[in-house]
Design a protein. Structure first.
Length: 159
DNA sequence: GCCAACGTTGGC
DNA sequence: GCCAACGTTGGC
């Protein structure tokens, strides 16, 4: 099992969109960056994906979802009506891929970027690097542990 | 294959 | 809204 983190602007797709229909399978499409695409192609069914909210009021990791379908051609690249349309993509040779995701859990509180920056496990992670623009990044098991611990801390505080 | 110009991302 | 950092494009 591998772990990943994917960025999204919550206006477009947030952890709440997953949470409101937990059984729903949501297609993660529209990724138009080669490095991010390459990571998506490495994803396997069952992998866990941390959902990161960017460019919003509460920047940080908001919850967890699971890969339920590995990479397949992103249909939006062929759709001329889509903002993600790519005229250079041919159906027999697609450039971009999508994966399908399903809800696991929503964190009680978003783990703020500022908190992630203080985690030793994330010292050299691209997520906390200045100017980082990668929307899909791998997460180590140590980093996963650090995020889950932080997420559960809030839960225990509530009790 | 280089590199300047441009568009986009994303934190603040 | 600002601006730094980055990826992509296109002329040469």
């Amino acid at each position: 099992m591998q772990y990943w983190l994917m960025k999204t602007e919550p206006d477009e797709c947030s952890i709440d969109d997953f949470a409101k229909t937990p059984a729903a399978v949501i297609r993660w499409d529209g990724v138009r960056n080669y490095q991010a695409r390459n990571f998506m192609q490495e994803m396997h069914i069952g992998d866990e994906v941390f959902i990161y909210h960017s460019s919003c009021a509460k920047i940080g990791v908001a919850g967890l979802v699971r890969v339920v379908r590995a990479a397949y051609p992103d249909p939006t690249q062929f759709d001329s009506a889509s903002t993600y349309f790519d005229s250079k993509s041919q159906p027999d040779k697609p450039r971009w891929v999508a994966v399908d995701l399903q809800y696991i859990r929503r964190f009680t509180e978003v783990i703020p970027l500022a908190a992630i920056k203080t985690m030793p496990a994330f010292t050299d992670h691209p997520l906390v690097a200045k100017g980082n623009r990668l929307s899909v990044v791998p997460i180590s098991s140590e980093q996963r542990e650090a995020l889950n611990q932080r997420a559960n801390r809030h839960k225990e505080d509530d009790v």
